[in-house]
Design a protein around this ligand. Sequence first.
Ligand code: ATP
Length: 849
Amino acid sequence: MEEDMASVKGLTTEQVKKLQEQYGKNALIEEEKESIFLVFLKQFKDALVMILIAASIVSAVSGNIESTFVIILVLIVNAVIGTVQHVKAQKSMDSLRKLSAPKSKVMRDGNKVEIDAFDLVPGDLVFVEAGDIIPADAKIIESYSLLVNENSLTGESNSVEKSPSAEDMSDLPLGDRTNVVYSGSLVNYGRAVIQITKIGMETEIGNIAKLLGETKEKMTPLQKALDSFGKNLTIVILVLCALIFGIYVYHGNSIMESLLFAIALAVAAIPEGLNPIITIVLSLETQKLAKQNAIVKELKSVESLGSISIICSDKTGTLTQNKMTVKKLYLDAKVLQETALQAENTTHKMMLEECIFCSDATETVGDPTETALVVLAANYGHDVQALKEEHPRLSEIPFDSDRKLMSAVYAKEDKYIMYTKGALDSLLPRLVKIDIDGEVRDITEADIERIKLVNEKFAEDGMRVLSFGYRYMKSKDITLFDEEKYVFLGLVGMIDPPREESIQAVAECRRAGIKPIMITGDHKITARTIARQIGIFEEGDLVLEGVDVEKLSQEELIEMVPKVSVYARVSPEHKIRIVSAWQSLWKICAMTGDGVNDAPALKRADIGIAMGITGTEVSKNAASLILADDNFSTIVKAITIGRNIYRNIKNSIGFLLSGNMAAILAVVYASFANLPVIFSAVQLLFINLLTDSLPAIAVGVEPGNEDVLDEKPRDPKEGILTRDFLQRISLEGILIMIFIVIAFHIGLAGGNALKGSTMAFSVLCLARLFHGFNYRGKRNIFAIGFLKNKMAIAAFFIGFVLLNGVLFTPALYKTFGIAALNLEQYLMIYVLAFFPTVILQIVKWIKYR
Ligand code: ATP
């Protein structure tokens, strides 16, 4: 009894609750989440941290207990910062994952509702259609031309036909069980109602997941590049430190002391913060992207966003509003306004019938093309819902974007009628007759010419045109071979206005050196008209059709693509060729897609973009970016943010490296000039802690500005550490070093070695804090907006307070190697530390006036 109810009305909320308690969530168990404590412990396994631990032992052995204490403190604080960053990054990725979680249409409490596939339970009745991913293992209750691809389970790349059957197939091999479907398979064609049998780890794919075990986190390309740079740099620094150790010993310092110093120098100079900062900046910034409706699935795509130079976008719904309205019809060889149909006219009546019966939509839900047709019929007083219930559909061949037709069979009087609608190019070759004022006669060349002409005229006005035909059948069962010998009924032209934001977004693309391209299944002329309205099509551009693409060899296509701004009547496999052609020209190419067959093109593109609202689960699965609002302008916003993120990360790296450079150069100078120790080991550790964390992140999260759109897309072949960039870092390092050395000499002259070291240390600290502001953007700090980045201000003040805490707490003097400064000296450190920033700001002001 309960089973029966479920098969009609689905499960009730109570049943679901019970089942959920019993079976849990429909999810493959993710890797065990690391506990925070484990994450904390992991912070200690870094090579540098090992060095530090060694240093603390050295320090303890040499009787310098304060240093040991400070080193341990530094280690702990470092680990805490690392842990916090890790957890934050994790959280932000988790929330993103939730945003892109798959959905399912399911029957619950007698209603069809959409829920997270996560919340499915055994017994649920689920509706699946072309483009869906089967959410759990299930048996088929009802099916219409269902084709399922089970490649992920069976390795078989061809789709399998599936239909309900009472037979027990559990003894057959997986691939031969045609009355069940498995979690993770793709619905390639048709639709079905399925009843869930197993969820989560109990499913076949769950069993495989158990075997496969954990997946490793991957580094982004930027991280990989920096990782290898960091390794080389580490070697250079270690050699330098060894040299300095030698010099110190040579100058008569104890081996223990010299060793400690050399280790501290290594810690301060090696930019161990680079990779963690990239992770934290990327993951924080993905939240910004999500707020703008761009959901990124992998951190590495955030990096590529900034170098996109080609956007291939769908038309319908992405560039246009996807709100279709019928405007004109062509019936009885006459063009009519949508309001001019007459109730007593047989062809008019037939047309409205076909609008109702040959579509799956209702007035409010469904494919907008079909909604427009249903609304037209409703406007003439038809109760669409009632009619559909009264006249059940007997069979159908669903629409697909290759065939561009849809057919449905109904009983009419004592016969069967097949209604077919679709693109005129697809229907035209299948026409044999024409219906004019209820009279059916053979179709003539002249009829065809006129139909084509009207089709073009409608298309020139930017309308999507659907053609309608019908034929009477002996049997209600139809196959693809029955889609022929039609009677032509008429044409329907509908408008789908461009989104208002599209025009501006296209203009921004051009400003940013990005070429926008429209790829659509629609008619060539419709596409060109809309593309012209939006600004994608400019005079002199070419429009190619899918058939043209087919005729070209890949070499010819590569030569052609730069001139083409619109592709019409395109099938998914053409999209792959277009992306590949651009990639052969070394362009980073973004491609949107929503359909079942778009997945390969989305995977092929550098950034595959799926539609959050109308996209199929398959396309979302294949994409690296999901547009929550289906909107083209969101792509441009995402690119702007992507470019900003890249710039910020680069700035963060520059900030870290130039500061470290200043420190190491100052040490090198003091050692070779045979001067006293310029920084104590503890001071170096303190600086490392103070400036490598918060200020670097603050630079990394600088709010974006529109300026980035004035630049050309970043050349993907160009690494981040260009010659110019390294040169800039070196010059800044030298500049800061000069003022440190001046401070050192003033201190030495004004008292003793300790005073010199105190002044040099203070200037290094402060100058680096000031230097953070130099890295907030290209232009001077006032042009950027001094207060715009609150985190930068906060980071500066925290550093400032901590430094003064050390300078004014005599109890810390011994540990840090500090001597009390007089007022003059104290003011002097501010002047000296501020100088490099003043110079750099003036240079910026002159350069970008
Ligand atoms: P885009 O790639 O810009 O989103 P599109 O999705 O509008 O294009 P398709 O949906 O593949 O392209 O439609 C291509 C053509 O198929 C349309 O021009 C129309 O003639 C026809 N068509 C669209 N929807 C239907 C439908 N539901 N039934 C029958 N034919 C349709």
